[in-house]
Design a protein around this ligand. Structure first.
Ligand SMILES: [Zn+2]
Length: 322
């Protein structure tokens, strides 16, 4: 190839690339989509306590079929906030560093609820803590998306932790007689709870409590029975600031904030679940208490504001913790 010909080719190629760039088409291959999000933790201070919401992932739920509401009404309520069924639903857990104890409230699903969950341990690590550092684990209730993460196979995922839950949930979900009597479709719930708690029972590290109990200074188990027989909220208080971790008192804010009377199929006792929601929400709205919820969009922390016969959800402001 002659020098002149080579120069001509180089020029042609430069012109071609310039044209591609100016036309908005990069000359090289497009970068692949990253398809990941930021690590799933969100941290705030509550008085002197550090609170970290930790994501276990999300799961798609056919909420139009699960709520005790006409499917068309659920679809309409969802579309008003730009959502649809099946609803990508967050599974959140909460880590509280009181300064003397490291307490985890709920543990996500591990492998019990499908492949999109089970991210808790990775997100805990990303947030700067290790599973072995956790002193206490408080369970809101023993459904698989709350206790599954306790176990890693047959071993305890949190080797140094004591696990606490209301004895009403322990008596119900850990009962062989209840497992035997349960319909086939529900047996997995009992088996999941039993498998998750077992590694702690054998080490004498599972310690049920009976109703309202201060478990460590600043964290009080607060009965909110109904969703399950022993469903428990946890009231976290430091320096006069309060955060109420409400577990599964709500699943679909788009519907249940406006109509708190709407229940969901997962409720063991729908009437009691609805009454517990009514009581806790009324008090939290009145007192301006911050809420942390297992299934409100991550990080699931915010406030309730009274609106007509229901509530509006006001998510927490972002903070850099400076
Ligand atoms: Zn749940």
């Amino acid at each position: 190839m002659t020098q002149a010909k080579l120069k001509q080719l180089v020029q042609a190629s430069l012109i071609a690339s310039a044209f591609a760039i100016s036309a908005g088409h990069p000359a090289s291959a497009a970068a692949p989509l990253a398809k990941t999000n930021a690590p799933g933790f969100h941290r705030i201070m509550l008085g002197n306590f550090e609170v970290t919401a930790l994501s276990d992932g999300t799961v798609d739920l056919p909420v139009d079929q699960l709520l005790a509401e006409k499917p068309a009404k659920t679809t309409e309520a969802l579309s008003k906030v730009f959502l649809k069924a099946p609803l990508e639903t967050s599974v959140n857990t909460f880590l509280i560093n009181t300064g003397s104890k490291l307490v985890l409230v709920d543990t996500g699903a591990a492998s019990l609820f499908g492949p999109t969950l089970g991210k808790l341990l990775a997100n805990l690590k990303a947030s700067g803590y290790d599973a072995a550092q956790i002193d206490e684990i408080y369970i809101t209730h023993m459904h698989p998306d709350h206790v599954g993460g306790l176990a890693q196979g047959a071993a305890a995922a949190f080797p140094n932790a004591v696990v606490r839950a209301d004895k009403r949930d322990a008596d119900f979900w850990l009962s062989q007689a209840n497992l035997d009597a349960a319909p086939a479709a529900s047996k997995g719930f009992f088996q999941g709870a039993m498998g998750a708690i077992k590694p702690y029972q054998s080490g004498d590290k599972f310690k049920p409590f009976d109703g309202k109990t201060e478990l460590v200074p600043g964290i009080v188990a607060t009965p909110s029975y109904g969703h399950t027989p022993g469903h428990t909220a946890y009231t976290v208080t430091s320096e006069g600031k309060t955060l109420l971790l409400i577990g599964d008192l709500i699943h679909v804010p788009a519907v249940q904030m406006g109509k708190p009377g709407v229940t969901i199929q997962f409720d063991s006792d729908a009437k009691a679940a609805s009454a517990a929601r009514a009581k806790v929400f009324a008090q939290a709205a009145k007192e301006g208490t911050m809420i942390g919820a297992s299934h409100i969009s991550f990080p699931g922390m915010g406030h309730l504001r009274s609106a007509g016969k229901g509530y509006e959800w006001v998510p927490v402001n972002y903070t850099q913790l400076r």
